[in-house]
Write a new protein. Structure first.
Length: 340
C-alpha cells in the first residue's frame, strides 16, 4: 500500500487543518477532499492548501491512497472508519471518534480486527506545555500527584456553527465532544486508570436547541482514589484574546504546576507553564517540544514503530467520556444570554 498519499473524507470542522498541515510538512501529497454538505469550509480549506475537491469519495479510496483524514459530523465518523477498514485505508479522525455506546462498540470491533490503524486528534499530548509537565511528573519533580483540575472554556459563536452541532445525537454533546481530551490526559499524566465519574451538565441558553447543553462539571476518581476535577463551557466572551482560556492545575506532594494553554492576556499569547516546588520558587518553565507531531506519531504507528498515542489510549478516552456522559445529571436552568 502506498502511504505517501492521503485524502480527506469529511470536512465539517477546521480541526482537519492540523492533520493536513502536518501531513504536508511530512512530505505527503493529498489526493483530494470530499465533503458533501459543508461546501464553504471545504472550499476554503481546499483553496488554502491547494487540494482538489471531489464529488465522490470512492475516488479517494483507490490504491494510490494509504491514509484518510476525517472531520465528518461526529456521529458519522464511525461510518468513515468502517469504510476505510473495508478498503484497507488507515484513518485519522477529529475528536470525538464516536458519540455513543453503539459507536464505541463498532470502533472496538474495528480495532480488534486489526486490519487498519485508527488515529484520533487528541492533540493535547502534543502541546509543548503539557509534554513538559508530563516529563516533570515522570521525573518526580512534583512528587506524587494528588490532584489535577482542568478548566476548558470555549467560544461558542453560534451563528457560525452548523445545525448538527446543536443536536446531541449528532455532536455527542459538550461532555463527550470536549472532555474526551481531558480523560486522555488524566490517564497519560498519572499512569492510572479512571474508575468512577460523576457530575452535572447544565443548560442555560439556546432553548430552540433542546439537546444542546453549555456547561459541564465532573469529578473523576482514579484507581488510586485521587479525585480530579474537569470543567468546560461554551462561554468564552467575544472580546477574549483567545477562543478559550484553558488552564490545567497539577498538585503533587512536592510541587504545583499551572498550565495556561493559550497564554495570559497580561503576559503574552504564548503558552505558559508555571511551577513552584519545595526546592524552587515560582518560575516560568522553558517548554520542551514533543519528539513528533500527532500526525507523525500516527505515521510511525502505521509503520509498526512505537507511538505516543495508541489504540488503547483512544478506546479508553472514548470509553470514559461516554460512561461519564451516561452517569452525569443533566439540568436545565432559566434560559438567558446567547441567542443564535
Amino acid at each position: 500500500m502506498n502511504t505517501t498519499m492521503y485524502a480527506i473524507i469529511g470536512c465539517q470542522h477546521g480541526h482537519i487543518e492540523i492533520f493536513i498541515q502536518e501531513m504536508q510538512e511530512l512530505g505527503f501529497a493529498c489526493a483530494g477532499l470530499y465533503e458533501r454538505e459543508n461546501r464553504a469550509l471545504a472550499e476554503a480549506i481546499a483553496g488554502k492548501y491547494g487540494i482538489t475537491l471531489v464529488d465522490d469519495c470512492e475516488q479517494l479510496l483507490d490504491d494510490a491512497v494509504g491514509i484518510i483524514g476525517c472531520a465528518s459530523i461526529n456521529s458519522e465518523k464511525i461510518d468513515v472508519i468502517e469504510l476505510c477498514e473495508r478498503h484497507g485505508k488507515h484513518v485519522m479522525v477529529d475528536k470525538p471518534a464516536v458519540v455513543d455506546e453503539a459507536g464505541l462498540e463498532r470502533l472496538k470491533r474495528v480495532v480488534e480486527r486489526g486490519r487498519i490503524q485508527v488515529g484520533m486528534l487528541l492533540t493535547e499530548r502534543f502541546r509543548p506545555s503539557i509534554y513538559t509537565v508530563k516529563k516533570h511528573i515522570d521525573q518526580g519533580k512534583l512528587g506524587d500527584i494528588v490532584g489535577i483540575s482542568t478548566r476548558k472554556p470555549h467560544r461558542l459563536n453560534p451563528s457560525a456553527r452548523p445545525d448538527w452541532f446543536f443536536v446531541k445525537e449528532q455532536c455527542g454533546g459538550i461532555l463527550i465532544d470536549l472532555l474526551v481530551h481531558d480523560f486522555d490526559l488524566l490517564r497519560w499524566l498519572t499512569g492510572k486508570e479512571i474508575k468512577q465519574m460523576d457530575g452535572v451538565v447544565g443548560k442555560n441558553i439556546l432553548p430552540q436547541y433542546p439537546t444542546f447543553y453549555n456547561t459541564v462539571n465532573l469529578q473523576v476518581v482514579m484507581e488510586d482514589g485521587i479525585v480530579m476535577q474537569l470543567y468546560a463551557d461554551w462561554h468564552t466572551p467575544e472580546r477574549s484574546w483567545t477562543w478559550g482560556d484553558g488552564r490545567i492545575f497539577v498538585t503533587g506532594t512536592k510541587g504545583f504546576a499551572e498550565l495556561r494553554l493559550e497564554g495570559d492576556p497580561l503576559m503574552g499569547k504564548e503558552p505558559l507553564l508555571l511551577e513552584v516546588t519545595n526546592e524552587d520558587e515560582w518560575a516560568k518553565v522553558p517548554l520542551s517540544a514533543p519528539p513528533c507531531t500527532i500526525s507523525e506519531d500516527f505515521v510511525r504507528r502505521i509503520a509498526g514503530e512505537s507511538s505516543i498515542l495508541t489504540h488503547e489510549s483512544i478506546i479508553k478516552a472514548s470509553e470514559a467520556a461516554i460512561a461519564a456522559d451516561r452517569r452525569a445529571v443533566y439540568t436545565i436552568s432559566e434560559m438567558k444570554g446567547v441567542n443564535r
